[in-house]
Design a protein around this ligand. Structure first.
Ligand SMILES: C[S@@+](CC[C@H](N)C(=O)[O-])C[C@H]1O[C@@H](n2cnc3c(N)ncnc32)[C@H](O)[C@@H]1O
Length: 278
């Protein structure tokens, strides 16, 4: 594992509890639409489903609710995220609990034999893996021939979000350090066409890649809490108390000046389904 990917894993380990509170509810409605795109024939009977980068288990639990006969395996690089997922699994009825397992693993080194799964799903992960082509090929390896991959991830966007602009104006005014962390990640897709090409190059066929949107209306009063508790948590924590309070107060002031419509967030994503050739 590269230093960068172990840095990312450590960050998710630290953020796991806060992720479940602050970020996963924002992603969840869009993540769940991935399941609507899975061909019902691929999940007939008692399918084996892999959730790649399951995090706190959003897609894994939604898949189990949707297909109660399925056996679901969620993998993630972060043990901290999986601790949260396992905590959720413990609250399931015992009969359901036996259908879901979580395992620490990297997307490009899956600890499963070839042809182990009927379907693989993933939400908001494939932008993070260091080598997306390697991860896609590895997922194809563990899919049975004809098996289906369905995922969503971010598409690059030039659209700015006024609450973030307001926050970074304050960061600049206070002359706080920019987060210039370099990460070894694949990044967002530039277009649906690029996603299609990457999937084809990784050996998939019957590819359907399309742009979609994540729409979320932030509660203006809560957005400052979100920044402090999740979005810009590391920046807030890195500051001495006086500066931290000043950043918090000025941010709240600026956000309070924005109209409620400014908090409607619309971000482009790519929704993809594809098959491992039969
Ligand atoms: C934004 S979260 C998405 C979690 C979940 N799928 C969801 O929709 O809420 C990204 C997840 O990908 C995991 N991740 C990042 N790189 C990974 C890799 N190379 N292999 C496996 N998991 C990875 C992170 O640990 C984190 O849990």
């Amino acid at each position: 594992m590269s230093a960068e990917s172990s840095g990312m894993r450590a960050r998710y380990d630290r953020a796991a509890r806060r992720y479940g509170t602050w970020w996963s509810p924002v992603l969840e409605p869009t993540a769940r639409r991935v399941l609507e795109r899975v061909d019902p024939k691929a999940v007939a009977g008692a399918p084996a489903i892999l959730d790649v980068g399951t995090g706190t288990g959003t897609l894994a639990f939604a898949a189990l609710r949707r297909w109660p006969g399925a056996t679901i395996t969620g993998i993630d690089a972060s043990g901290g995220m999986l601790r949260e997922a396992r905590g959720r699994a413990e609250r399931l009825p015992a009969a359901d609990r036996s259908h879901i397992t979580f395992q620490v693993a990297e997307a490009d080194r899956l600890p499963f034999p070839d042809r182990s799964f009927d379907v693989a799903v993933s939400s908001f992960v494939l932008q993070l893996v260091p080598d997306r082509s390697a991860a896609l090929r590895e997922v194809a390896r563990v899919l049975r021939p004809g098996g289906m991959l369905a995922f969503v991830t971010w598409m690059t966007s030039r659209q700015s979000f006024p609450p973030d602009e307001a926050f970074f104006d304050v960061v600049d005014e206070l002359e706080l350090p920019d987060d210039d962390r370099e990460e070894d990640r694949s990044g967002d897709f530039a277009s649906a066409r690029e996603a299609n090409r990457e999937l084809r190059d990784a050996g998939y066929r019957s590819i359907d890649a399309r742009r979609d949107w994540l729409d979320h209306a932030w509660d203006p009063a809560q957005y400052a809490d979100f920044l402090e508790q999740y979005g810009e948590y590391e920046l807030f924590r890195s500051l001495p108390r006086r500066l931290r309070l000043e950043l918090s107060e000025r941010t709240r002031e600026r956000l309070g000046e924005l109209p409620a419509e400014a908090f409607r967030w619309r971000a482009p994503v790519v929704m993809v389904t594809a098959r491992r050739p039969a």
